[in-house]
Write a protein that binds this ligand. Structure first.
Ligand code: HSE
Length: 340
């Protein structure tokens, strides 16, 4: 039996415990051993839950920690401590990966453990693993993605006639939205995610602050109707293009000929263009308890299969990108149009 711990027992953390509990026999099959949640840490006083990180990092039985707390602190301090003790950390925390992912990945490498963050982008879609393992040899020229389930849910429901605030409330009730939903609707969550993807494929560290970012709060029912009349759909996209190190988050007009046109509700779709493979689209649930928790557990399994060594993500070696650009909007138009 292999022991792990979960930090943060909210939506995703409790989902991790559920995935491990319910899919134990599948996990056992793939690992040849069972996984047991020995500790759950939360800052709230919940029965059976611990508050002291030292109890966890000083327990030699704990092999992996799932950090599902979100935010920078105390997640950064706890992750740092765990990695320095040689305990691998798997996270859904894109804010932490964007801000400290390079440093934490270097600490993991130094201590022969891993820092993995599959769940930080694209919810349950095996996106980072695909980029790392299947596209390592590709020259990726573009990534265009619907990366925020909440915004896509809102835009899909607005197209069906629903009010912005009603659709946002529903997304919050379904557990898709961030604690502060401004991070979703202002595009900051998408900016963190496209910065992580751009960093993975370019070998240079893009940070969220470098992303030209516009959310969906300015999109009106009229804009959506006008787009529909032109055979297009409005989607919040994160777009990275290697040429000119261009990176942008904005509502785009997506033509019906694009596979991203039909990506609706909480689903995410990410179109990756490689110089050999051409276009590949990955699609799935971009937010929500179980899909995101499933991605965390996929990282737990990868860490456990590589116990005592470091899973190379490339993040530890990233140099900061000096300047990033953004494509300008066509003159007189409120929106950019996604090209082929
Ligand atoms: N608030 C995020 C979203 C959660 O709606 O996509 C998943 O990262």
């Amino acid at each position: 039996m292999i022991n792990i711990a979960i930090l943060g027992f909210g939506n995703i953390g409790s989902g991790v415990a559920e995935v491990i509990g319910e899919n134990q026999s599948e996990i056992q099959k793939v690992l040849g051993d069972s996984v047991h949640v020995k500790y759950i840490l939360d800052i709230r006083d919940i029965p059976g839950v611990v508050n002291d990180i030292n109890m966890i990092v000083n327990d030699p039985d704990v092999k992996v920690i799932c950090e599902t707390m979100g935010g920078k602190e105390p997640a950064y301090t706890y992750t740092h401590q765990a990695l320095e003790h040689g305990i691998s950390v798997c996270t859904s925390n894109k804010e932490l990966v964007d801000a400290y992912g390079v440093e934490l990945s270097a600490i993991a490498r130094e201590h022969n453990c891993s820092y993995l963050f599959e769940a930080s982008v694209g919810g349950g879609i095996p996106l980072l693993r695909t980029i790392r393992e299947a596209f390592g040899h590709e020259r990726v020229s573009r990534i265009a993605g619907i990366l925020n389930g909440t915004c896509n849910y809102i835009l899909t429901n607005m197209k069906a006639g629903k009010d912005f605030s009603d659709a946002l409330r529903e997304a919050q009730e379904k557990g898709f939205a961030e604690r502060n939903p401004a991070a979703d609707v202002e595009g900051h969550d998408t900016a963190r995610k496209i910065a992580i993807l751009a960093s993975l494929v370019s070998g240079k560290k893009f940070s969220y602050e470098q992303v030209s970012c516009e959310g969906i709060t300015g999109v009106t029912q009229q804009d959506i109707a006008d787009a529909e009349a032109r055979g297009m759909s409005i989607k919040l996209l994160g777009v990275y293009e290697s040429e000119g190190s261009s990176i942008v988050v904005a509502p785009y007009l997506v033509p019906s000929s694009s596979p991203l046109y039909g990506v609706n509700d909480v689903f995410n779709g990410i179109m990756i263009t490689g110089n050999m493979v051409d276009n590949v689209m990955l699609y799935g649930r971009g937010a929500g308890k179980r899909p995101t928790a499933s991605a965390v557990v996929s990282d737990v399994i990868e860490c456990l299969k590589n116990q005592g060594s470091n899973v190379h993500t490339g993040f530890a070696d990233l140099e900061p990108v000096m300047s990033a650009s953004a494509p300008s909007k066509p003159e007189g138009s409120k929106f950019r149009v996604l090209g082929a």
